[in-house]
Design a protein. Sequence first.
Length: 372
Amino acid sequence: MRNPLDPAELDAAIENVHRAGMPGLFAEVRDGDRVWRGAAGVADVATGRPVTADMRHRVGSTTKTFTAAAVLQQVESGRIGLDTPIGRYLPRLVPGGRGDTITVRMLINHTSGLAEYLPYAYPSLKAYPALADTGPQSLDDHRLTRFAPTELIEMGVTAPAVGAPGGTPGVYSNTNYLLLAQLLEQVTGTTAEECVTRNVIEPAGLRDTGFPTGPYVDGPHSQLYESWFGMIDPPRDYSVYDMSWVGPAASLISTVADLNRFYRLLLAGEIVSPSSLAQMQRTVPVVSQEGKVIDYGLGLHPTEAPGRATFWGHGGTVWGGGALAMTRADGKRQMAVALNLQRWNRLDSSGKPQPHPLDDALVTLYRVAMYG
């Protein structure tokens, strides 16, 4: 039996997240043909301009599902082998033995053992994820830095490995997805951004979704406030930012309506074939950037509550912004939520993030949105 869509309950839940400390957030929840869109709080703390549910937003690593889908399409066409070593395609970027043993699949599901480049690109995050020893200075230093993707990949490939190729649990790493972007470029003769746009975004009819061409978000959008675990107080606006530091791993701009449309079509087998979708839903344990072990497929991960239906989707964060999109396996119930504050948890003396009222308020919103 499907859970009803209760607008009053959803209105209350999203308002409670704002009251718990989120400057602004907005969401779309769908149940069959019924749609609820809601927003609470402000898009700009200085002017009080309100958030609205149709705003464009940086969706962070939710981008990975789009990039993974583009790779799977090339697998279907025979241009890429899912279990072919990456060294056959990109020998200069992943040389030697690792290039011979790390497969395309291992990149997509984060079991390559390749390290995250982020602490090397952002020196003040060098101790990441040992948060107490990090600082926000690099976030300002690199606001308009134009990184070359091969430069970032080299940082990740030359850093000490975080695991053996194919070993589990895998370790989540943006290095994997920058390599997939280079792979798409190699086999299609166009940039990964153009490939994803032409083969995924446009056929899906996503009119408000695209990769940024500069540091600005085009169209109506919110400012993005980064707290970096209370080290930036008050939180600073990072809505203007050169996104070359993540590229096709996490730079996409979208709306909550477009995210729901994308995942609905994906789970219906309309973006990749049903057999490719089955591959995307084959999960392995992976250590997330927050240090938790999650089940991760090929650019998708499941959310399950005891005795409840399984949802599939992806979350993501950038400096100041975040999003989470989850769709029930049958495609009928959907949730997409966008947030304009990140890393709000302060750290205790050992560097561990402390509970914050926002945590429980968000869990409640997600539960109401997914399960009614």
